[in-house]
Design a protein around this ligand. Structure first.
Ligand code: SAH
Length: 328
């Protein structure tokens, strides 16, 4: 609509707006003059009136496991990061929605940076458009720096551009937005049906979750779960819960039992993520055997689970670690 509006002021229509969107989003063009199928006069008008803000990463790191981490500098001078994780079937890109974060989760490195800024939709999408592996990416997870539902307007806009035919034409089933669970925007995210939804749970006990995730005080997980019970996603999309495994904190049989209890009646999957340790936390990840035991307990209780392997550990690829280690 925005492109259409600009084009119509210049005497052109939807056809030109769509061509322009194609060059911008599919081709990642940085210059209107390179949009060969647009009339020359329109190209130079657009060039004079608009700025294309795609910009390349300023730094990259490659891990031994193939994970590539990119650091971007936003126009206002903040650092954000994206991680490209190649796999046998899927090539996943993990992107940021904010520079820093205000959620203050105790295990998360981004929390140590504090909140810097909300990313514009263009800055969110730039993390895909401006990396060399762009054409290889077939799965996008909003699991980088920031809380997507704390920047919902821009996240929504980026989801629309990602999934629309005139945009990047990604299947909604190949996109996952991860959130701490903020009820009002979460409800809207469910109804949009533009992505899978992952909710960061991390403890089934309110007091304990509050210690890990301060958001529990304002938006208790019990409320979010009530919402998850009432709402549904289109059949092709999936609701999952993320559960960081913290040695001796949230990985006991009591936790498995309570987790199964609070998730009863919700069609979902649980992703168990061993903590990716960093210097700002004393929390530790359990051993692989302990993690497998916890997984088995949940499976026995009828909860479907995946035990994630940590990627890019040698290049500080977990949430916020790359940009926190860059000079700000
Ligand atoms: N704010 C959103 C999305 C960003 S964090 C959210 O909380 O869901 C994405 C996921 O990474 C969350 O599940 C978060 O809890 C997890 N995470 C953060 N720091 C981590 C760490 N050090 N090790 C493992 N997972 C981490």
């Amino acid at each position: 609509d925005e492109l259409h509006q600009v084009c119509s002021i210049l005497g052109y229509g939807m056809a030109e707006a769509k061509k322009c969107a194609y060059y911008l989003y599919r081709k990642g063009k940085r210059n209107f003059m390179d949009m060969e199928l647009l009339p020359k006069i329109l190209r130079s008008e657009l060039e004079g009136q608009l700025t294309i803000s795609w910009h390349s990463p300023i730094k990259e790191q490659i891990s031994g496991d193939g994970t590539k981490k990119y650091l971007f500098k936003t126009p206002s001078g903040n650092f954000i990061e994206a991680a490209f994780m190649p796999g046998p079937k899927r090539n996943t890109l993990c992107i940021s929605t904010q520079a820093g974060c205000r959620m203050g989760c105790s295990f998360c490195h981004t929390a140590t940076i504090g909140f810097r800024e909300n990313l514009a939709a263009s800055e969110i999408l730039n993390q895909l458009v401006s990396i060399p592996e762009r054409a290889l990416v077939n799965r996008i997870v909003f699991m980088g720096m920031g809380e997507p539902l704390d920047n919902f307007w821009n996240v929504k806009k980026s989801l629309q551009i990602l999934t629309e035919g005139w945009g990047m034409a990604f299947g909604a089933a190949n996109i996952t937005v991860s959130t701490v669970g903020i009820p009002a925007p979460l409800e809207e995210l469910f109804s949009l049906g533009l992505c899978n939804i992952a909710i960061s749970l991390h403890s089934p006990f309110s007091e304990e979750r509050m210690g890990l995730m301060p958001i529990e005080k304002r938006h208790p997980i019990a409320k979010t779960l009530t919402l998850a019970r009432e709402l549904s996603l289109p059949k092709t999309l999936r609701l999952s819960f993320e559960y960081i495994l913290l040695n001796g904190v949230n990985d006991s049989p009591t936790h498995a039992l309570e987790l199964a209890k609070i998730l009863a009646g919700i069609k979902c999957h649980v992703n168990l993520i061993p903590l990716n340790g960093h210097q700002s936390t004393t929390l530790a990840s359990p051993t692989t055997k302990q993690a497998r035991d916890f997984q088995r307990q949940l499976n026995t209780l009828g909860i479907s689970t995946t035990l994630r392997t940590s990627r890019g550990g040698d290049i500080s690829a977990a949430c916020g670690q790359f940009s926190a280690s860059s000079k700000q």
